[in-house]
Design a protein around this ligand. Structure first.
Ligand SMILES: Cc1cc2nc3c(=O)[nH]c(=O)nc-3n(C[C@H](O)[C@H](O)[C@H](O)COP(=O)(O)OP(=O)(O)OC[C@H]3O[C@@H](n4cnc5c(N)ncnc54)[C@H](O)[C@@H]3O)c2cc1C
Length: 369
């Protein structure tokens, strides 16, 4: 039965698709389709699960600021989804200029950032080798429970009347009847007034199915590992080396780490390369003096970027029924509260009520033309 509301098909059941669907389901009949058997199977289920306000670029910074209160005081139906986590940039003496540069870039926007000495660094991470002498501390970072966050988004979409279906890989889009007809590898076609492209690394492929110009999305593989150390690491901060070649953070008794790799890749079910795993373990050895022969877990995921490193949110300039919600790089989880809301507002062309700290032009696809 028709509800008189426009119908929206969200392609992609990751954090981006669900966060937009949550807000959009107030005004639209929303269906989320996910190709895999479970939501979040790709990038959203493979992240480092952290939130930093001094991060990436000014637009990501403002979207993160707009998202912070959602994590600290989650709305009804979300439960606890974040906990405090200090974040420390650590540097060797010859890398001092990198700490200066970080503080020069971010201190005005994030006045709580402060320089820390060797003694403050080793107070927090006693295992750090002598080479690490300076750093910068961010006490406003968070660890996010991404599994719970994604599940809460999904449940709230369904409770708001949205539909969610998995194992529904979109294979064709036809707009010849003035409406989209979406066909899938399995199951019946779905018709919709608007298609939202939240397909992560596959977003340009979805545009191709719709006959819409691509945005030049570049997926980059990043490797994650979990290891166990013979030390109590529960209260460690997350650490990022100033050389941008290693980060690690405590996850209960385990240490999650990454060599911070960014290897271009076609969209795929990314897998960790043995080389990147070995590099990560070697860098951890150089940093903490610990020899780990075998990680307890390894994985890889794709972070997808356009040229300017900002997300792409808005209607395609070459099709009024095709909406981009893509290019969330390495910040899609932490900006999902603001981006989902902003995306739904733009989808409803409700510019007057736009809540975010960024303008439609700064994130719209037309900036890339
Ligand atoms: C190692 C690593 C660490 C990271 N750390 C952080 C972090 O600490 N903080 C942070 O904020 N971000 C982090 N990120 C980035 C974050 O994970 C991404 O920005 C975010 O998950 C992107 O969400 P998405 O929904 O756009 O993509 P995805 O989660 O990939 O969702 C897209 C979905 O679209 C589906 N899809 C594709 N094609 C089709 C089709 N034809 N039909 C139907 N469905 C389709 C896919 O199956 C997929 O599930 C990290 C990423 C990686 C890899």
């Amino acid at each position: 039965m028709s509800t008189g509301r426009k119908s929206v098909l969200v392609v992609g059941g990751g954090i981006a698709g669900f966060s937009l669907a949550l807000h959009a389901s107030k005004e639209f009949d929303v269906t989320v389709v996910e190709a895999e058997f479970q939501p979040g199977y790709h990038s959203s289920g493979r992240s480092a699960a952290v939130f930093h306000i001094a991060f990436e670029n000014d637009i990501v910074h403002r979207l993160s600021l707009d998202s912070e209160s959602f994590f600290l005081q989650p709305p009804r139906g979300f439960g606890a989804i974040a906990s405090t986590l200090e974040h420390m940039l650590i540097a060797k003496t010859p890398e001092k200029s990198r700490v200066d540069e970080f503080l020069d870039t971010w201190s005005q926007r994030c006045p709580w950032l402060r320089r820390v000495s060797r003694s403050e660094i080793v107070d927090r991470i006693p295992l750090l080798t002598d080479e690490y002498t300076i750093g910068a501390l961010d006490v406003r970072s968070l660890a996010i429970d991404v599994h719970t966050l994604l599940d809460c988004y999904r449940r709230n979409v369904v409770e708001s009347g949205g539909k969610v279906t998995t194992q529904r890989r979109l294979v064709a889009l036809d707009d010849s009847n003035g409406q989209w007809t979406a066909s899938f590898a399995q199951g019946e076609p779905i018709t919709a007034d608007i298609v939202v492209n939240a397909a992560g690394a596959w977003a340009d492929e979805i545009a191709n199915l719709a006959g819409v110009a691509p945005i030049g999305l570049v997926p980059k593989r990043r490797t994650g590992l979990r290891v166990h150390l013979d030390s109590n690491i529960r209260d460690w901060p997350m650490c990022y080396t100033a050389s941008h070649s290693l980060y690690f953070k405590p996850e209960g008794n385990a240490l999650m780490l990454s060599p911070a790799d960014a290897t271009e890749s076609p969209p795929c079910d990314a897998q960790p390369e043995m080389y990147d795993v070995a590099v990560a373990l070697d860098r951890l050895r150089q940093c903490l003096g610990v020899q780990i022969d075998r990680p307890s877990e390894t994985w890889a995921g794709l972070r997808s970027f356009v040229d300017d490193g900002a997300p792409v949110i808005g209607f395609a300039s070459d099709h009024p029924g095709f909406f981009w919600h893509s290019a969330f790089g390495g910040f899609g989880v932490q900006t999902s509260p603001a981006c989902g809301k902003l995306g739904a507002e733009l989808l409803a062309s409700n510019l007057g009520s736009m809540s975010a700290n960024v303008s439609a032009q700064e994130i719209g696809p037309e900036r890339l033309d």
